[in-house]
Ligand binder design. Structure first.
Ligand code: FEO
Length: 156
């Protein structure tokens, strides 16, 4: 059984944003697989780093889309993003300090629950503002730094 599954009811109406959400869910599923297999070390370090990188990339892109479409609750939405970035950076720093530890199940469940709730409630709230706005797809393609730039900013 898949730990965390994207389904159509999670669509926010812009394919690139949905693709980002699927990618984040895939990373959380990788963390789950490593936890189940009791694997840590370098592989876990790499996947945690990818979680931080891709989350930053996605939040940048999404914020650009919301800005382009004039979403009125952008500031509040960005605050939620900042809080999650702080949390996963803390998780990453904790793993760097204790690289021999396995990933904790309660953290895994928090990541899953936070992202699911954020997509279904916070992200879904902007759907009516972006789904039929052509500026959304343009901003999604152009918005934010490229993934390579984010990779550079989140180093070992
Ligand atoms: Fe898709 Fe607001 O994160």
């Amino acid at each position: 059984m898949i730990y965390f599954q994207w389904y159509e009811g999670m669509s926010v109406g812009v394919p690139l944003i949905d693709s980002d959400h699927k990618a984040l869910i895939a990373i959380i599923n990788e963390l789950h697989a490593l936890t189940e297999a009791e694997r840590g070390g370098e592989t876990l370090k790499y996947v945690i780093r990818e979680l931080v990188r891709y989350t930053q990339f996605h939040f940048h892109r999404e914020e650009k889309v919301l800005q382009a479409c004039g979403y009125p609750n952008l500031a509040e939405h960005m605050q939620a993003h900042v809080g999650f970035i702080q949390y996963i950076n803390d998780v990453r720093n904790s793993h760097i300090r204790n690289p021999d530890k396995l990933f904790r199940e309660d953290i895994l469940d928090y990541l899953k629950d936070w992202l699911k709730r954020h997509i279904l409630i916070d992200d879904m709230a902007y759907r009516p503002f972006i789904e039929n706005d052509p500026r959304a797809n343009v901003a999604a393609l152009q918005g934010g730094p490229g993934l390579d730039e984010v990779r550079e900013s989140v180093r070992d």
